[in-house]
Design a protein around this ligand. Structure first.
Ligand SMILES: Nc1ncnc2c1ncn2[C@@H]1O[C@H](COP(=O)(O)OP(=O)(O)O)[C@@H](O)[C@H]1O
Ligand SMILES: [Mg+2]
Length: 246
């Protein structure tokens, strides 16, 4: 039995009179790498901000690891490491120091444990050897990986990434994909990753959720979606089809 780890039920978010998320319902199971796809302005960041409890829904509900985010935010967020848009660090700190500061927010660890944990996450994300450099000289790809290292400090079950590939060069993309696959496999971390480019995620996501103008257009297994286009087998073609049909 697959376990539901993210659940969104009849979720609606209004900004003033504008309906930015429209009665959205979907689930993500434990161990999934789920792509959350939609054109710019579709509502991806808004949905992620709802999921991370940064804003409240107008109606409907959200669950992380079966815990209601609206009713029990703190408890629900315990299973989560999230990066909404670009991770923000104090650029004048070294990567290591930035992580050590963030680890201090976790009361469960003493000083030695925090040091160990920071060392461990630096190694996992492949920043070993660069941890004494200031964040401001890191490449975008390195900053993304530092963001993931930050998320890992709390041993999350779920990591949410909002458009992580934005601005990454091809090599940065490959490294990011490898890291996501590794964490999924070795630590059984569920990923929920937004993008406006479908092809980008096709390679690693077993599940896709496609939205348009705040509404769910399609959700299911990547293979299922691919089998729809026997000719080209390119997700981009289906995406265009979904976006242009009503
Ligand atoms: N705080 C806000 N107030 C009003 N409108 C907003 C706010 N945040 C986002 N929006 C609007 O909601 C829509 C979806 O935005 P967003 O979730 O950022 O889309 P995406 O991340 O898919 O590009 C856009 O039309 C945006 O202008
Ligand atoms: Mg966005």
């Amino acid at each position: 039995m697959s376990k539901e780890i993210i659940a969104v039920k009849n979720l609606t978010k209004m900004f003033k009179k504008r309906r930015v998320i429209n009665n959205m319902t979907f689930q993500v199971n434990e161990g999934d790498i789920c792509g959350f796809i939609g054109p710019n302005g579709a509502g991806k960041t808004t949905l992620i901000r709802l999921l991370t409890g940064l804003i409240s829904p107008s109606s409907g509900s959200l669950y992380l690891n079966k815990i209601d985010v609206t009713k029990n935010r703190e408890e629900a967020l315990k299973s989560l490491g999230a990066i909404v848009e670009s991770p923000i660090f104090f650029e004048y700190l070294t990567g290591e120091k930035a992580l050590l500061n963030l680890a201090m927010l976790n009361d469960d660890m003493n000083k030695e444990e925090r040091k160990e944990k920071v060392k461990e996450v630096i190694k996992i994300v492949g920043l070993e050897g660069r941890e004494k450099d200031k964040v401001k000289i890191y490449s975008l790809g390195m900053k993304q990986r530092l963001g993931i290292a930050q998320a890992l400090l709390n041993n999350p079950k779920i990591i949410i990434l909002d458009e992580p590939a934005n601005g990454l060069d091809p090599l940065g993309m490959i490294e990011l994909r490898k890291l996501i696959l590794k964490l999924n496999k070795e630590k059984n971390i569920t990923f929920f990753i937004s993008s406006h480019i479908l092809d980008e995620l096709q390679k690693i996501c077993n599940k896709l959720i496609i939205i348009k103008e705040g509404s769910l257009v399609w959700s299911g297994n990547t293979d299922e979606l691919l089998s729809k286009v026997s000719e080209t087998n390119k997700l981009e073609d289906i995406f265009v089809k979904l976006m242009t049909s009503n």
